[in-house]
Design a protein around this ligand. Structure first.
Ligand code: ADP
Ligand code: ZN
Ligand code: ZN
Length: 744
């Protein structure tokens, strides 16, 4: 029973940040909800305006000498906009920033002037002619033509945008095809084999027992609405996508709509086609290559009910579906689900759960290596939990061996490849199979470790690696602890302390030197700089245009390469040495996912993990692919130091153009924070210089707060924001990051 309501009256004005307070009349007290559309008297003339309710409260929060008017009436349909506004309000409150920033994240862009027609390319050739052309293209090594021909032959027709982005075929090639009369281009979609929803034409595999149990269980939760989310924990290749599709089909056939979130990097042509095949024109895909106009069109189609399933990265979460029934997050452990640079810094998992609660929808979180957060909730009985233990067709998980690099050094092997890995590579190349070499470069910058005992030098207070700075000091970027760079390892006394600096280019050169006839492809930030470089390299490797693929964590996801039988992980330790509390978790995930790349086809796979710390639990449990054991060890560390999910952590990032200003800002923030902290039992760490002290000429400082309850952090954030407003936003800016994925 709310007495007062906060109302936004005009969505088009820039300064949305200040909602107006209205009194809730008796007849609305029981029924008024956040997101409702109402009519209110506004301004001195009391003209009627429409507004959305974004907050309800029992007591008035504004000063007593301001008059509060009554809401005139609640208007019927508020539609999806009301839900999205309520969602924005929740995000602002949960993650900080202004309501305006949150609304910009959540509400689609203003409609562009013209609607653009999507054009489709249709193949006109009979199979015999296709076969002839295929041979011609193969002989001429016309790779792009071949790719286009094959894709059109399987699909019949394809949207132009898919050909450009996911197939990597230029419009010139399409034009040439059109001139030759191979294809026709039209602006309306016309289906050769209309995909149908009742499963008539679309291929629906028979699920195995585990898969069926997961679908039934999750569907029951969807009907009973007894949990906010389910965790689908299945090794790679166990059929999670098949389970999603079956669940989607059931929920869509009840007139509900579905959002499928996929990390951008894993949203491949193959994945897209699986959904198109099953659901046809009722699927829409938002990917980064769409223009702003195309994007708006897709969202508009969703609003009008022309599609039921939206697939896309994080931001697809805000698709304006009225009858949302299900939200899926595939690879839910991925860091890209957290927005890092734009405010509010929201996590798609938590935001999905809030959005789902608005329409009593279900959230499904799928992963082979769940985040500690999700597994923690599942273990505590707050989420449904379903496990897929078998790979489809009982394909064996690869055999994983761990090689101790310290022993290699002792035996006189100074190459970056262990003897074991060299042998496996030679074997695979001899059998005409493919190899992936994965260089773990996370946490690459500035740490120091011991080449003899493998230990990193850590902060005595925070148990994260210290970072070496240019001034020769080693610093903890959480608490600011610093010490001079030491000469000997504090653990074993050895003199061999140093960073590890090998790049992918070096790996490529070395492999070429060892195996001169091998065809090597390299994938890293350099070779993927062009917009479509990533997809081009992956499809080249998939088409077996190379024997070895060398890359960073980018190669861990995406395509299935059935001919890859050997995966080498060159510096498994790297991510263990990263200077944040998620270092072990990320290492476990990277190793498990990388290992899952081997042996996806008929042939069994082998994985070689090279490390200086073979005994580390993240490496040992990854070798055994034993998530539960990893979890037990890791959660006890989080418990001990109150890191998420056992406690919560808020990063306060302070920025200013002048160094004196950021110093001032840090001093005032320290005073404010310490005063609040005294009343609540929270721990304040810092302020300290940010890991990157100066970025684009802006000085940065950080302060971390640890608390048992998330809500305590929200309260502190609110107090800081109120203080900043009162003091006129002096000395630069302050922003927040809750349960951060990385340090600032
Ligand atoms: P995940 O998403 O867990 O990695 P996928 O759903 O991609 O697994 O399944 C791996 C492969 O096995 C896919 O080619 C998929 O079509 C196939 N597959 C999985 N389950 C079945 C099934 N019940 N019947 C037929 N094919 C299946
Ligand atoms: Zn040592
Ligand atoms: Zn520290």
């Amino acid at each position: 029973m709310a007495e007062y309501a906060q109302i936004i009256v005009d969505l088009s004005i820039e300064k949305l940040d200040r909602p107006f307070t209205y009194h809730v009349p008796q007849e609305l007290k029981e029924i008024l909800r956040i997101g409702d559309l109402v009519e209110v008297p506004f301004g001195r003339g009391n003209r009627s305006l429409q507004g959305f309710v974004i907050g309800l409260e029992d007591e008035r929060s504004i000063s007593a000498n301001i008059t509060v008017k009554d809401i005139r009436k609640k208007l019927p349909e508020n539609g999806i906009t009301g839900h999205l506004i309520a969602l924005a309000y929740w995000m602002k409150n949960q993650y900080g920033g202004t309501l305006n920033q949150a609304l910009k994240t959540v509400l689609p862009l203003k409609k562009t002037a013209k609607e653009k027609k999507v054009s489709y390319v249709e193949l006109l050739l009979p199979p015999k002619r296709v076969q002839e052309l295929r041979e011609v293209f193969q002989r001429k090594h016309a790779v792009a033509r071949l790719r286009l021909l094959e894709a059109l032959y399987t699909e019949g027709e394809l949207p132009m945008s898919v050909i450009g982005s996911k197939l990597q075929v230029s419009s010139a090639v399409v034009k040439a095809f059109e001139e030759e009369g191979y294809v026709a281009i039209r602006s309306e979609r016309r289906f050769r084999n209309p995909f149908s929803f009742d499963g008539g034409n679309s291929y629906r595999p028979v699920l195995n027992d585990e898969q069926r149990a997961a679908v039934e269980g999750m569907y029951a939760h969807f009907c009973k609405k007894d949990v906010p989310a389910c965790l689908l924990h299945g090794v790679t290749g166990s059929g999670k996508t098949e389970v999603y599709m079956e669940l989607i089909q059931r929920i869509v056939s009840q007139g509900k709509q579905v959002i499928v979130l996929i990390p951008e990097i894993a949203l491949t042509y193959q994945t897209m086609m699986r959904f198109y095949h099953r659901f046809g024109e009722r699927v829409s895909i938002l990917h980064s290559r769409l223009s702003a106009g195309e994007r708006t069109d897709q969202l508009e189609r969703a609003r009008r009910g022309e599609v039921d399933i939206m697939i896309g990265p994080r931001s697809a979460l805000f698709t304006p579906f009225e009858q949302l029934g299900l939200i899926i997050l595939d690879e839910e452990h991925e860091g890209t689900y957290k927005s890092e640079d734009t405010i509010p810094r929201y996590h798609a998992r938590e935001t999905a759960i809030y959005r789902a609660s608005q329409t009593k929808a279900l959230v499904v979180l799928g992963s082979a290596t769940p985040s500690l957060e999700s597994f923690y909730e599942a273990k505590n009985g707050n989420y449904g939990y379903y496990k897929l233990e078998k790979r489809y067709r009982n394909r064996e998980l690869p055999a994983v061996s761990v090689v101790d690099l310290r022993a290699e050094l002792k035996a006189g092997n100074r190459s970056m490849f262990s003897r074991k890995l060299q042998k496996e590579i030679a074997g695979a190349l001899g059998r005409k199979e493919q190899v992936m070499l994965f260089l773990n470069r996370r946490g690459m910058t500035g740490f120091i470790s011991c080449r003899s005992c493998g230990k990193a030098i850590k902060c005595p207070h925070c148990d994260v690696s210290l970072t070496l700075h240019k001034d020769g000091k080693m610093k903890c970027h959480y608490c600011g602890y610093e010490t001079l760079r030491m000469k000997n390892c504090p653990a074993c006394g050895s003199r061999y302390l140093g960073g590890f600096s090998v790049g992918t280019q070096k790996v490529e050169e070395s492999i070429q030197a060892l195996f001169p006839s091998a065809r090597v492809l390299r994938m890293d930030a350099d070779t993927t700089r062009s917009k479509d470089g990533y997809e081009a390299i992956l499809s080249g490797f998939a088409n077996q245009e190379a024997d070895v693929l060398v890359g960073t964590q980018m190669i861990v996801k995406g395509h299935d390469f059935p001919n890859v039988t050997v995966v080498g992980i060159l510096a498994a330790d790297m991510s263990l040495l990263a200077d944040d509390f998620r270092a072990s978790e990320r290492t476990f995930q990277l190793l498990t996912q990388a290992a899952g790349r081997a042996g996806r086809g008929e042939k069994p796979g082998k994985v070689v993990i090279q490390t200086y710390q073979p005994e580390h639990f993240a490496i040992q449990t990854a070798k055994q692919q034993n998530f539960e054991e990893f979890y037990e060890e890791e959660i006890s560390y989080r418990q001990l130091l109150s890191y998420p999910p056992c406690g919560h952590m808020m990063l306060i990032l302070m920025k200013a153009e002048k160094e004196e200003e950021v110093e001032q800002l840090a001093l005032t923030m320290e005073a404010v924070v310490n005063q609040i902290a005294e009343q609540m039992s929270v721990l304040v760490i810092g302020p300290a210089d940010a890991r990157i002290k100066k970025l684009n000429n802006i000085y940065r400082k950080t302060c971390y707060i640890k608390a048992k309850e998330y809500d305590q952090l929200v309260q502190i954030k609110n107090k800081i924001e109120a203080y900043r407003e009162q003091s006129g936003y002096r000395y630069g800016t302050v922003s927040f990051d809750f349960d951060p994925m990385h340090g600032a």
